[in-house]
Write a protein that binds this ligand. Structure first.
Ligand SMILES: [Zn+2]
Length: 283
């Protein structure tokens, strides 16, 4: 890896029906869980065609024996065998801010165990469902809704990272945004993202999301910013969404992957994965 090149991290949040059942968006539980499996086949082909590897953040329960739309351990192993990293996305897509201490430990541990059994390799990266917690007072990120809904003992970014470290994880995708940034964004009415360095929270290496979900205009401009920087741009999507309307649709994804491949082969960015980054910072 080159220290002077901007780094792109690409995540795919593999929610399955566990995530759909716990959807917090309008209208309650959803039925898109099965699409994560069928679209992943297409996604693996697309990534291979562009010579790219990514990190799939998988709900641990999906790696247990059973059938779709809740389980497919064979597909998870196939993702890993295709050269992609498998990260943990909790055990059953729990909303982490509301979990008490032992329940938090349980979801991160059960998920790690199930995924490691499935792929036969260590799982050291964690991606929190819903990108929460946001609450990280040390960096000026206060989530009143998390505090209100979860109560006094809510899980913060610090608590999560400490728990991850104690459970054997080494990397986490985080999404907190400090109040000065949020205030500035509220005033101008759009996100103010830039490539960011890695940060260490409670022993865990963290990459902060700095692109909106999907591959639309703002994510494309972050990809351009990546090539002018020596920091990290972290993007993500969901397999189930590549056939749905919106910024994750394959019509936007394909040209994005082409552009990533072009920038990478012309040596203007590097594409990495969490486990490679942890290996590099340890050297
Ligand atoms: Zn998710």
């Amino acid at each position: 890896m080159h220290e002077n090149l901007g780094t792109l991290l690409m995540f795919w949040d593999y929610d399955t029906q566990w995530g759909a059942d716990r959807s917090r968006s309008n209208g309650g539980p959803k039925t898109w869980g099965h699409l994560d499996f069928s679209n992943t086949e297409r996604l693996l082909d697309l990534l291979a065609a562009h010579n790219l590897t990514a990190c799939f953040a998988v709900v641990g329960a999906a790696a247990l024996p059973g059938v779709r739309p809740y389980h497919d351990p064979k597909q998870i192993k196939r993702i890993f065998d295709s050269g992609h990293e498998i990260a943990s996305h909790s055990f059953k897509h729990e909303w982490l801010p509301g979990l008490e201490g032992s329940a938090l430990i349980e979801t991160v541990r059960l998920s790690k165990d199930a995924l490691e059994q499935c792929i036969g390799a260590p799982v050291t990266c964690f991606v929190p469902p819903y990108n929460q917690p946001f609450d990280y007072a040390r960096r000026g990120s206060f989530s009143l809704s998390e505090r209100y809904q979860a109560g006094r003992k809510h899980t913060t970014v610090s608590v999560l990272c400490r728990t991850l470290y104690e459970t054997g994880y080494r990397f986490c995708r985080v999404a907190y945004r400090g109040w000065p940034l949020r205030a500035a964004e509220a005033i101008i009415g759009r996100r103010l993202d830039r490539p960011l360095p890695l940060e260490k929270i409670e022993g865990i290496w963290c990459a902060r999301l700095n692109a909106p979900c999907g591959f639309g205009r703002d994510t494309q401009s972050m990809l351009r910013a990546c090539s002018d920087s020596s920091n990290i741009v972290t993007v993500y999507g969901h397999p189930h969404s590549i056939t749905l309307q919106g910024a994750q649709n394959v019509r936007l994804l394909e040209p994005f992957l082409e552009q990533v491949n072009h920038l990478r082969t012309s040596n203007r960015i590097q594409v990495s994965r969490p486990e490679a980054i942890v290996r590099q910072v340890r050297q």
